[in-house]
Write a protein that binds this ligand. Structure first.
Ligand SMILES: [Zn+2]
Length: 125
């Protein structure tokens, strides 16, 4: 499934109501397309914690236009399963990141307070 509108149509089929009842949730999950346009956009929100994030943002449940309460987590999980076939954890995504040197670089700054203290302790010893 490619577009958040189609996820919303699918939600309306599953829980009745109208696609617009669900559109904001699916727009949020696919909002990472603004960062990168290919499938890698899914890494920030298409996982278990991303479903939890949707629940925190939209509440435990929405009331659709048919008057039914639908749990937001189930709507988010429907989206992720339609895109990926399962609900990975964020750790599953991280395992696919190839570590590069710049990702772990911590610049040593001689003027940082902790380093000044350590240098003074060494000179006093
Ligand atoms: Zn998606």
């Amino acid at each position: 499934m490619a577009h958040s509108y189609h996820h919303a149509v699918s939600s309306a089929r599953k829980w009745v109501g109208k696609p617009e009842d669900y559109q904001a949730i699916h727009d949020h999950i696919d909002g990472s397309k603004e960062i990168i346009a290919d499938f890698r956009h899914r890494a920030p929100r298409h996982h278990a914690e991303g479903c939890g994030m949707a629940q925190r943002l939209f509440g435990q449940a929405i009331s659709n236009s048919a008057g039914r309460l639908v749990p937001v987590r189930l709507i988010a999980e429907q989206h992720v399963i339609e895109d990926l076939g399962w609900i990975p954890s964020f750790a599953d995504w991280v395992k696919c990141i190839t570590p590069l040197a710049w990702m772990g670089r911590v610049a040593w700054r001689p003027d940082a307070p902790a380093n000044i203290t350590q240098a003074q302790e060494r000179s006093n010893a």
